[in-house]
Write a protein that binds this ligand. Structure first.
Ligand code: PEP
Ligand code: MG
Length: 889
């Protein structure tokens, strides 16, 4: 029988952290903290399975859930000594969502459940604070009206503003208890008359209304969009946490706050957080009041004159510090905590692994190894490889004298330049037109997610390091400056007002998410330097990982960059890419359109010295590591001019009659160039091409070997092979040229000839092809194209729809399709190695830089992955993690 409810509180819990798939992240950690004896308001978690049942059965609750909740409620009543709905010491409940991974602000919450006309009086008596009781009641009606009854907040806002104006009250805290009571009366009258559904007085009805609303919020448009962006399956569902209320808004000895056990931006070992006196939790996250620092050190650093928690409530602070220590030692991780202090007593409301910048993640992992908390392998395992991208972001050159017009919090690192846009719609529209923008908002809300995604960076004028903008931007790896209080967004005039300057929408600004600076105009950027922490982690990853990491590079600049990042060779040099620039492309075109062998040989003779020089330089840069050079594989349409005037221009440059040139282009026209006369097919039609390339490679190898004094072992790779006979033919030409160059130079040259596996036939016939091929490199771009029968060039017309409609989960050109393409990879590996034990296997399609695909490569026993230079560190880390997770460490 399914267990629907797990209770916690009073130093005990039915659940634990490892049950997070059932209990959601929040519920699992509340259970864990409760078991540790930490002060957690008692409660219960309704499991994610109940949410799934809810959707599978016409939004109804499963049998047995009601009874389990009633039983859970009794346990909360026993632990608190209060009763739900009682006219004395009433128990009030909070109902919150909590999925397997955190989806900040995407789903709903209802607080103060259990209040009605009877219990509100009891709450007033109980707390000795009628104003608090009626204020809580009106907050409850607003929340319940919004979340459960589906009303807009403006209907409450209107009444509230009207009453405040009538009473002459400017701010909410000025409103008295009696006045709140009158406002509550008006709210309820409005609900009964206008909304046609009266507000339920029965606490049990309130509770079930709230639980259903939380389940429903799993499918609200915000949550759906967020899941799509973060690859979170909708089948996970959300759990619901029902918990006794504790109040951070019970006067000046109460407070609520959020904290990270270490600095989430830098990783420094210091408690880092913010709180608000006399406030409810949502007030901190909403970023509406600017919060105070928790520690005295942080207060001094930010120059605030408002007291820290450390000074204001020293006992609660000491309790909190002890909880932080205990939790870090228990979870062995940096944690993100939410707490409430009710009349001096500390309550923990949430603990979860804290989101952090890539820089902080490295620092924390390295520090925790030094502190003896975790092992080196743990440290390597917990860095998200893709997050290293953040470390490769540019920053603003500090020597540039930019005009700083504002200063905010350094919420998410990296610098960005763009035009000011003040709305998310504006950011999305600008993105469509290819313009770069900075989204500037007073504060952001979950509705802004799409706009944030479309922007280069985010700037807000209100809210702290834990505000929505800060948390979401860090998650997206987007530069963000938040809480820049000296700036003001003037929506009426569509301006950003700074001291002394008024900037309009469309004006260019720069932000630096590492310093918090906001600057006028575009700024010179600096490329980042990698930290000592980065090097230590990469050093550990290098020691752990089994697979080698090579790079896809053809220019000396790419090869140098990749070497600096630690590439262990070149896995793919696309020789056709060496002819994209300058006058080289014209020689290449001459070669392509040549009609006779002599004409082609003449063009090839011009290409030979260029190729030889390029290869010699690559061999020198990469000396001591393997270099795989792929024979020319030009889809012809990428090289021939298309526009009429361009055709004439090229014809005159290469000295050909324009009419004849046009005729040749027409004759070469292909309906499916991606499946056309490319790869080895070209070398079989025109063997003089492979002969020129082989000569360039061997002569360059001789040259480099003489220069560096070390032998060079080129790996020559033949593309688009489907038949063994194709490879036989091309290899024979290569071997022939090798013999000539050896004879001419008097030097022995070692070399390998291998093939790409990028056609299903090659994978299936791998045992035969391996009789000739000395290595395999999976070209998973073409292998994906040919396995799916989906053109690489045209798939973007329908793949997004496929993903949106759930036909396919992920873009197979980005994340390897393990089931189909992966099966072919496994087949080719197994059959190839059957013929040639120890056959070297690599991957050089785009998937070679994708962490999830790299994991698959480890499982399949590949020897190396090859990726673009900037992805080399990411691939190395992912490869080390794959080694750990596959259990080879
Ligand atoms: C491939 O097909 O995966 C590959 C690496 O080659 P290209 O992308 O150049 O076709
Ligand atoms: Mg290919």
């Amino acid at each position: 029988m399914t267990r629907w409810v797990y209770a916690f509180g009073g130093g005990k819990a039915d659940g634990r952290a490892s049950l997070h798939e059932k209990l959601g992240g929040k519920g699992a950690n509340l259970a864990e903290m409760s078991s540790l004896g930490l002060p957690v308001p008692p409660g219960m978690t309704i499991v994610t399975d109940a949410c799934l049942h809810y959707y599978q059965h016409g939004r109804s609750f499963p049998d047995g859930l009601k009874a389990a909740v009633v039983e859970g409620l009794q346990r909360i009543e026993e632990t608190t000594g209060r009763k739900f709905g009682a006219k004395a010491r009433p128990l009030l409940l909070a109902v919150r969502s909590g999925s397997r991974v955190s989806m900040p602000g995407m789903m709903d919450t209802v607080l103060n459940i259990g209040l009605n006309d009877d219990t509100v009086a009891a709450l007033a008596e109980d707390t000795g604070d009628a104003r608090f009781a009626w204020d809580s009641y009106r907050r409850f009606i607003e929340m319940y009206g919004g979340v459960v009854m589906g009303l807009g907040q403006d209907v409450f806002e209107e009444i509230l503003e009207d009453e405040k104006a009538r009473l002459g009250r400017e701010l909410d805290p000025d409103v008295t208890g009696e006045e709140w009571q009158a406002i509550v009366g008006r709210y309820k009258a409005m609900l009964a008359e206008d909304a046609g559904a009266s507000f339920p007085e029965d606490p049990m009805a309130q509770l079930w209304g709230a639980v259903g609303a939380i389940f429903s919020s799993w499918m609200n448009p915000r949550a759906i969009a967020y899941r799509a962006m973060h690859n979170i399956p909708s089948e996970w569902g959300t759990a619901v946490n029902v918990q006794a209320m504790v109040f951070g808004n019970l006067g000046n000895s109460s407070a609520t706050g959020v904290a990270f056990t270490r600095n989430p931006s830098t990783g420094a070992r210091e408690l880092y957080g913010e709180f608000l006196v006399n406030a409810q939790g949502e007030d901190v996250v909403a970023g509406i009041r600017t919060p105070q620092s928790i520690t005295e050190a942080a207060r001094i650093e930010t120059g605030s004159d408002r007291p820290s928690l450390e000074k204001l409530m020293p006992e609660a602070f000491a309790d909190f510090l002890a909880v932080c220590k205990r939790l870090e030692a228990h979870y062995k991780d940096m944690l993100d905590l939410e707490f409430t202090i009710e009349r001096g007593k500390l309550w923990m409301l949430q603990a979860r692994s804290g989101k952090r910048t890539a820089r902080a993640a490295l620092r924390i992992a390295v520090d925790m190894v030094d502190e003896g908390l975790i092992s080196e392998a743990d440290a390597v395992d917990r860095i998200d490889p893709s997050s290293l991208d953040q470390l490769l972001h540019p920053t603003i050159d500090p020597t540039a004298r930019g005009d700083v017009i504002g200063q905010g919090l350094p919420a998410s690192p990296g610098a960005a330049t763009g035009e000011i846009v003040l709305t998310s719609e504006g950011a999305i529209a600008a993105r469509k037109e290819g313009r770069k923008v900075i989204l500037v908002r007073t504060e952001t809300s979950p509705e802004d997610i799409h706009g944030m995604h479309a922007a280069q960076g985010i700037l807000t004028t209100r809210g702290g390091m834990t505000s929505h903008a800060a948390v979401v931007a860090r998650g997206m790896g987007l530069p963000c400056v938040c809480g820049a209080g000296s700036l003001r967004v003037d929506m009426r005039n569509r301006e950003l007002v700074a001291r002394g300057v008024k900037l309009r929408e469309g004006d260019v600004i720069s932000i630096d998410g590492s310093s918090g600076h906001v600057l006028q105009g575009a700024q010179p950027m600096l490329q980042p330097e990698l930290s000592g922490d980065f090097e230590r982690i990469m050093g550990w990853a290098d020691r752990i990982r089994r697979m080698r990491v090579r790079t896809n590079a053809e220019t000396p600049a790419d090869a140098r960059a990749a070497r600096a990042f630690g590439a262990e060779g070149i896995g793919l040099c696309r020789t056709e890419h060496m002819f994209f620039e300058g006058d080289r492309i014209d020689v290449m075109r001459e070669m392509i359109v040549a009609e006779t062998v002599d004409e082609r040989r003449a063009a090839l003779a011009k290409l030979l010295p260029m190729q030889r020089a390029d290869f010699a330089e690559l061999f020198e840069i990469m000396h001591g590591t393997p270099v795989t050079i792929r024979l020319l594989d030009p889809p012809l349409h990428e090289f021939l001019p298309k526009a009429e005037d361009e055709i004439d221009e090229v014809a005159s440059r290469i000295g050909m009659d324009p009419i004849e040139f046009r005729e040749r282009i027409e004759a070469l026209h292909e309906f499916n160039p991606m499946l056309g006369h490319r790869g080895c097919r070209l070398h079989i039609s025109h063997p003089e091409i492979v002969e020129m390339q082989a000569r360039a490679i061997f002569e360059a190898a001789v040259e480099a070997a003489r220069k560096t004094g070390a032998p060079v072992v080129p790996e020559i790779m033949v593309p688009v092979v489907g038949l063994k006979t194709e490879l036989d033919y091309v290899k024979a030409r290569i071997d022939e040229v090798a013999r000539s160059v050896i004879a001419e130079s008097g030097l022995t040259i070692e070399y390998l000839v291998g093939t790409m596996i990028e056609l299903p036939r090659a994978a299936l016939r791998a045992h035969v092809i391996a009789e000739v091929a000395e290595f395999f490199s999976y070209g998973t771009n073409d292998l994906t194209q040919t396995t799916f029968g989906m053109s690489r060039d045209d798939a973007s017309a329908f793949l997004p729809t496929y993903i949106q409609k759930g036909i396919i989960e992920r873009d197979p050109f980005v994340n390897l399709d393990f089931d189909g393409v992966g099966e072919l990879i496994r087949i080719a590996a197994e059959r190839g190695r059957r013929t040639r034990p120890g056959l070297k296997l690599g991957i050089c399609g785009e998937h070679g830089g994708d962490p999830v695909s790299i994991h698959f490569c480890e499982e399949s026993g590949l020897d190396y992955v090859s990726c673009s230079p900037f992805r080399v560190p990411i691939a190395k880390l992912a490869a080390a993690q794959a080694t750990i997770r596959v259990g080879r460490v």
